[in-house]
Design a protein around this ligand. Sequence first.
Ligand code: FAD
Ligand code: NAD
Length: 475
Amino acid sequence: MAEKFDVIVIGGGPGGYVAAIRAAQLGLKTACIDMHVGKDGKAAPGGTCLNVGCIPSKALLDSSKHFHHLQHEYGSHGISVKEASIDVPAMIARKDSVVQKLTGGVAQLLKGNKVDFYHGKGNLGAGRQVEVTPADGGDAVQLQADNVILAPGSVPIEIPNVSFDGEYIVDNVGALDFDSVPGTLGVIGAGVIGLELGSVWNRLGSQVILLEALPDFLVLADQDISKQAAREFKKQGLDIRLDTLVKSAEVKKKKVTVTLEDKDGESQLTFDRLLVSVGRKAYTDGLLSEDSGVRLNEHGQIEVDEQSKTTASGVWAIGDAVRGPMLAHKASEEGMAVAELIAGKPAHIHFDTVPWVVYTDPEIAWVGKTEQELKDAGVKYRTGSFPFAANGRALASDHGVGLVKMLADEDTDEILGVHIFGANASELIAECVVAMEFQGTSEDLARIVHAHPTLSEAVHEAALHLDKRAIHRGN
Ligand code: FAD
Ligand code: NAD
């Protein structure tokens, strides 16, 4: 006899565990199934984000930033050290303990909210029957629910003739766990993961070469920002080669030789390690029985409507496995919205105001449309910008690189996009998201009092500049 729930969530990442907690808060009898096995061999809910994504990458970005600053940034403050060294296993152990704290915290939150947690693999059959194959090899368990939320996340894409071996040719999981600093690191794909993890190892002393297939750098971002960022990253030692197609990679004598094609024809490069970060794809292996009624789209994602309903009645899907950006906060918001819809409440997500952040140094953050997108759509807009080089707080803390760029509708002044390259861009963007969510105008931001001296004054000045009345720059 199958145990009966109001809601079963398959996947315990930031989409799934948040959906489960919200459903339980709303009084629904909820189960959450997650198959991830942590480094200690135990359940580790939290998904890609907590285990091998957002959090561990930020932990290593933080460690490597301290090391880099110690060597290269503190001299002007009058601080010097004789010999700085990095203990990679200690750095990785710190990262692992952060991960363990957070995944343990999620387990506690699920328990505290009375969500029944199953450690194993969930498979959805007809009539919202779910079979759980326990991770410890025990007997399969049968569950059934009025509603099932699929949140299985994503896995890295592999490219032809470049197979992961987990040691020399790695994905994010491997690059978060190197036991020493590779002398040379090749990175296929100069996207978000390539830039973040490439930065980590570059700061620790690796010679990092990023091989990017597209002719332009960071195409999702506003091109003014991408261009400044590319210049800055080059200064930092990241060697970004655009328009470069990798044909194959081969491991021989503990080295990886990559055959590539660029404007000069075919050539080879040899690295100590190779990170492949060319995007991710929905993970649906073993998730759906033939009679589940859930359809996948042409990209292999679970097909959903705007409310996250799949093609099977009472079955919903969220996060990386469905359309839209692959971001933890997008997955979580979808999770909360679906739980509320199931509980009969209204819920809606504005995909237009989902912020993006790339955690390089300086950080890149944006919300809304890029200038190119507005041009392509024939929207009339005005633009304002402000460089951090003219912001007092930025200069006081050696953060004078980058800018804030704001785009607003020419007629209504509604903010259409904000793009930031600079220190703490990840935090500064929040104000812009709020403004856009409330359909705010650049004048609203221009009239709001911003504390002095703060980096947020650059957002204020960009809004003022849009109306040709910036104080600390020419108009
Ligand atoms: P996931 O987090 O992938 O979770 C899915 C879970 O479901 C996994 O634990 C999986 O094992 C489990 N599962 C799958 N199938 C089954 C099944 N059949 N039965 C049981 N369990 C199953 N996003 C950001 O917003 N900010 C960042 O800074 C950021 N950094 C990142 C850095 C890296 C290196 C990577 C790889 C990703 C990063 N992301 C970041 C993306 C972010 O991790 C994802 O968008 C997010 O984790 C998606 O959440 P999810 O719940 O949809 O899926
Ligand atoms: P990505 O889409 O950000 O970048 C992949 C890059 O690889 C692109 O520039 C693409 O043009 C390039 N590429 C594709 N095929 C190639 C090939 N054969 N040869 C060379 N280059 C090729 O993907 P990612 O960096 O793997 O990250 C996956 C997703 O994870 C991201 O899209 C993002 O949604 C999420 N993520 C988010 C964050 C964050 O929010 N800070 C951090 C890491 C990952």
